[in-house]
Design a binder for this molecule. Structure first.
Ligand code: MLT
Length: 252
């Protein structure tokens, strides 16, 4: 377990927002500001990202989940609404599998519960080799163009990704390549759950988000029109409202 960097804002019931790959807590800034009017918002940087420590690769989803649970322990938070974007969603699903008693509610944003296909896993391993040789520039350029259709956001995301340490990018790619299928973990989630999908996401299909919602006993799907893989930045108001509904449902 390592000690994660985090931001905390607002007071009341805790909601923890985990960023995706290879970003940091800043992706949640606007949504976090909106939510913090009503609840306590905690936005960590996952290991190897943002200002958190950068252990040597490889990482694992279990290790990344333990970091988040360790942060909850250090803040004396027994249970929280946990929300994860993409890779952050994989971490949330690992927490649902390994530490279900820490969940009050689950939010899965632009993420997928299946493991990587053989081809996807291979492409991650190839990208690790490419990054070792030439750095992360080509991965970042490729991703930036696919993340959002909002041209003002692309340079912001590109800069954020370029700040992510190379060892963090490699560690996280290897953790994602090895992650297990989480379909059963979702079926065992007993708390209220919310799936948020961007209707124009080029990384996660609408079908995948619908399947995830079906597998959750108390799952609800909110589709964000005109949003891609970064719905919290494409349409922060709609994402914040959906997450507030989840928080309300949990604490009702
Ligand atoms: C993310 O945004 O976290 C990534 O697209 C996740 C992935 O590569 O599977």
């Amino acid at each position: 377990m390592i000690h994660l960097n985090y931001k905390i804002k607002g007071s009341g019931n805790p909601i923890i927002l985990l960023h995706g790959f290879p970003f940091d807590h800043h992706i949640w800034e606007t949504v976090g500001d909106l939510l913090s009017l009503y609840v306590k918002v905690i936005t960590p940087d996952l290991r190897g990202h943002g200002s958190s420590p950068v252990p040597e690769p490889p990482y694992s989803m279990r290790g990344m989940a333990e970091d988040v649970v360790g942060l909850m322990d250090s803040l004396s938070i027994e249970r929280a609404v946990l929300v994860g974007h993409s890779m952050g969603g994989y971490v949330c699903m690992e927490i649902a599998r390994s530490f279900p008693e820490r969940l009050l509610g689950l939010g899965l944003v632009a993420t997928n519960s299946t493991a990587d296909s053989f081809e996807k896993r291979q492409s991650r391993l190839d990208s690790v080799e490419e990054i070792k040789k030439n750095g992360a520039q080509s991965l970042v350029e490729k991703m930036a163009a696919q993340l959002t259709e909002e041209s003002k956001l692309q340079p912001v995301l590109r800069d954020m990704m370029m700040k992510t340490p190379v060892a963090g990018i490699i560690g996280a790619q290897l953790a994602m390549a090895e992650r297990p299928d989480s379909t059963n973990a979702l079926k065992n989630v007993l708390v209220p759950a919310l799936v948020i999908g961007g209707e124009r996401d080029q990384f996660v299909s609408t079908l995948a988000t619908e399947k995830m919602t079906e597998n959750l006993r108390h799952g609800r799907l909110v589709k964000i029109p005109n949003a891609g893989h970064m719905p919290m930045m494409d349409n922060p108001l709609m994402v914040a409202n959906a997450l507030l509904d989840l928080a309300d449902q949990v604490h009702r």
